[in-house]
Design a protein around this ligand. Structure first.
Ligand code: ADP
Ligand code: MG
Length: 398
């Protein structure tokens, strides 16, 4: 996939109506009060919005929220987003009552340069997730240029993320531009050595990432729950740890493939085990592959931490996806924290992908020490898998 895409800076936006796809899929309070519990995604969209408004564009913003499945669900309305966006921008945000209906059309037609309109939840329209050309055409008819800044949604070929680009010139906003530059750069032409740290819960959810990174990394580090499948595959005892028995052959194949390719593959040498999956479980450290029955591995052990931190010291680039342990329990967050700290201390380009990994780095307080934390969970995984992202492929090449 070509990552070198035109951005808002490569086209004339002054006086133009711009359809801007944002990722305003923010978490809302469960009580239906319309309170946004984390506005990070709205704030992340501000640089592109502000730039377009400052340049004299009229911005028709849109986004999905949740999964209304083509029905109008008042609790998934973007009205609270419009209110918060208005506070953050310090200016009015006009809210449309529909996506491409008469209200949206009329408000878009009346929109002046420097003004911003927010359409309703794109998934209130059945055609959105089906990438219906009629819906895409209707959305496109409200603007003269399409700007995509919803990196979290680029792995989906929906009407508002890809379909509209059939009818309008399409470029990226600053969020997508940075994702493409940093992650795309690391995948296509990494500063070496490239170290990939892979963890998280399951081997099965990371096969694509492991396969792709095996082709390009110099070192691969395995941690988290998936490490126990590798351990069991070598005949180790894993007790009650997370184990995907069906993936043991695959794990062995990966070890062999790494050896053939000259990729250094590091596996845990020790592990922190617990007598229950609980924050206050009794715990101890044992050698890898020696977990007694009734115990489960919830973090990498101290020797492994040393080994892994050492391996990233002289890296040129580190790509990290998947926590080293159950970081949600402070007693089992030490491995993840140590790796985050090691990354914060290297001069390497450090890239964090994956929703839980990004949350872990943020929660542990290392977010501002990383080169880049991807704003897309699923999208960043598919990116690291080397898959074509429809919401990126549809943008104009530079
Ligand atoms: P990401 O979202 O960054 O791609 P994953 O979804 O693959 O990451 O994995 C994150 C989850 O893996 C976390 O909720 C974490 O608690 C869990 N996890 C990590 N190590 C273990 C382990 N040893 N046992 C069980 N769960 C684990
Ligand atoms: Mg996850």
């Amino acid at each position: 996939m070509n990552y070198n895409k035109k951005t808002v800076k490569d086209v004339e936006v002054k006086g133009k109506k711009v359809l801007l796809r944002c990722d305003f899929n923010v978490p809302m309070a469960k009580d239906g009060s319309g309170v946004i519990t984390d506005d990070k995604r709205i704030r992340a969209a501000l640089p592109t919005i502000q730039y377009l408004l400052d340049q004299g564009a009229a911005v028709v913003a849109c986004s999905h929220m949740g999964k209304p499945k083509g029905e109008i669900k008042p609790e998934l309305s973007l009205k609270p987003v419009a209110a918060r966006l208005s506070e953050l921008l310090g200016k009015d945000v006009i809210m449309a009552d529909d996506v491409v209906g008469p209200d949206a059309q009329a408000k878009a037609a009346a929109l002046q340069p420097g003004q911003i309109l927010l359409l309703e939840n794109t998934r209130f329209e059945k055609g959105e997730t089906k990438n219906d050309p009629e819906l895409a055409k209707a959305m496109a008819s409200m603007a003269e240029l399409y700007v995509s800044d919803a990196f979290g949604a680029v792995h989906r070929a929906h009407a508002s993320t890809a379909g509209v680009a059939e009818y309008l010139p399409a470029v990226s906003g600053f969020l997508i531009q940075k994702e493409l530059e940093v992650i795309g750069g690391a995948l296509a032409n990494p500063k070496r050595p490239l170290v990939a740290i892979l963890g998280g819960s399951k081997v099965s959810s990371k096969i694509g990432v492991i396969n792709n990174l095996l082709e390009i990394a110099d070192t691969i580090i395995i941690g988290g729950g998936m490490a126990y499948t590798f351990s069991a595959a070598k005949g180790g005892k894993v007790g009650d740890s997370l184990l995907e028995a069906d993936w043991q052959d695959y794990a062995n194949e990966m070890v062999d493939k790494a050896a053939q390719k000259g990729v250094k593959l590091l596996l845990p040498v020790d592990t922190v085990i617990a007598d229950a999956f609980a924050p206050d479980a009794k715990s101890q450290v044992v050698k890898n592959g020696e977990i007694p029955d009734g115990w489960q591995g919830l973090d990498i052990g101290p020797e492994t931490v040393k080994l892994y931190c050492d391996a990233v010291k002289d890296a040129g680039t580190v790509i990290w996806n998947g926590p080293m342990g159950v970081f949600e329990f402070p007693a089992f967050a030490k491995g993840t924290e140590a790796v985050a700290k090691a990354l914060s201390e290297t001069s390497a380009i450090t890239i964090i992908g994956g929703g839980d990994s990004a949350a872990a780095v943020q929660q542990l307080g290392y977010a501002d020490k990383m080169t880049h934390i991807s704003t897309g969970g699923g999208a960043s995984l598919e990116f690291m898998e080397g898959k074509e992202l429809p919401g990126v492929a549809c943008l104009l090449d530079k």
